[in-house]
Design a protein around this ligand. Structure first.
Ligand SMILES: Cc1cc2nc3c(=O)[nH]c(=O)nc-3n(C[C@H](O)[C@H](O)[C@H](O)COP(=O)(O)OP(=O)(O)OC[C@H]3O[C@@H](n4cnc5c(N)ncnc54)[C@H](O)[C@@H]3O)c2cc1C
Length: 317
């Protein structure tokens, strides 16, 4: 019996090594081996990473149809699980994993926990801690089932390579997807243009405290001057100041920049779920009791409309 992390796509996504770290801990605690199923070209990068993170078996599916839609993807995963019979199936909770993990659990007829961030053995059971009610509180699920699907949010997990690197056995897994028909084929999807907010090393984000969409231009100017990317809270997406591809948070993008500068953002848990893994958070807020200061390494208690133009000047010098 093994713990398996499932990843797919053209390249490894952010949070993959953090999810591997969590999966390895769970495997070690339960005396199980860690397998990593990678579907698609991301397997090329996975080869480099697997040994360092204590993966015993790297299982690879190279079948173009597996990535053609969610039904094919779930069918490939289901066939893999039927063959290898893992004890725990884990996902790094990306937007795509949110759609796939519950469907796979349904297909396998096993429990699923979404939004998990910690796991610990409790005798023969596994206690899985997950956020609930949009991140306002936590809940601990005790799983006794022989197989469970767990989708992990890795913002609070620090990647940690294995203490010793063991050789990884690579296996090519064949699946038969010929009978799969997509029930909801994607006929139009937004094209990825330019760099992604999730990969930015520097992010500048704005919130309702900016007052209006026009003032949000200051955030864009500072991001440009610092060579970073811009984002914002859900409130300003709902207000139409920016589009949802720039939303940071639980229901937006999960980012892990080196520097996250937040202007006029209160620091609600749902927002912090998307940026608390930043190495350094700098917050500008005129309320000294704003929650964001609990996360910030540097806090500026001031009007962001006064501070941002000064920072832009300094950044441009
Ligand atoms: C299920 C669910 C999912 C959610 N998902 C997300 C998500 O993914 N991302 C997200 O961001 N939110 C999300 N939210 C919403 C979240 O709870 C907050 O409502 C939101 O993050 C608040 O946005 P804000 O900080 O911009 O606004 P506010 O909470 O209104 O905060 C504005 C802040 O600006 C400060 N301020 C005001 N004027 C100034 C000034 N001139 N200079 C400096 N500071 C000033 C204020 O003191 C205040 O702290 C979600 C909520 C739910 C229920």
């Amino acid at each position: 019996m093994s713990v398996v992390l499932i990843t797919w796509g053209a390249a490894l996504e952010g949070g993959a090594v953090e999810a591997l770290t969590l999966a390895r801990r769970v495997a070690e605690e339960g005396g199980k081996k860690l397998n990593w199923l990678v579907i698609g070209a991301a397997a090329v990068q996975a080869v480099e990473v697997a040994g360092r993170y204590g993966v015993a078996g790297l299982d690879v599916i190279f079948d173009a149809k597996a990535l053609s839609g969610n039904d094919a993807l779930v069918a490939a995963m289901g066939q893999y699980c039927a063959e290898t019979r893992p004890a725990i199936v884990m996902f790094n909770q990306s937007a795509a994993a949110r759609a796939v993990a519950p469907v796979l659990a349904g297909r396998l007829g096993v429990p699923v926990v979404m939004n998990a961030f910690a796991m610990a053995r409790a005798g023969s059971a596994l206690d899985v801690t997950a956020t609930a009610f949009g991140g306002d509180t936590n809940v601990v699920y005790r799983i006794e089932a022989p197989l469970a699907v767990i989708s992990v949010v890795t913002t609070t997990v620090v990647a940690e390579p294995a203490a010793t690197s063991a050789p990884t056995v690579r296996r090519d897994i064949a699946v038969d997807l010929s009978a799969v028909t997509e029930r909801m084929p994607v006929v139009s999807a937004p094209k990825r243009e330019g760099p992604r907010l999730e990969d930015a090393e520097i992010s500048v984000s704005g919130g309702r405290g900016l007052g209006n969409a026009q003032n949000y231009e200051l955030v864009k100017q500072l991001a440009d001057a610092l060579g970073g990317m811009w984002g914002g809270s859900r409130v300003i997406v709902d207000e139409g100041w920016i589009d949802s591809s720039h939303q940071v948070g639980l229901t937006g993008k999960i980012t892990r920049p080196g520097l996250y500068l937040a202007a006029g953002i209160s620091g609600a848990s749902q927002h912090m779920a998307g940026c608390s893994a930043a190495k350094t958070i700098v917050a500008i807020n005129k309320d000294k009791d704003a929650s964001i200061f609990r996360y910030a390494r540097y806090g500026i208690v001031a009007d962001c409309l006064e501070v941002l133009p000064e920072l832009i000047k300094v950044a441009k010098d």
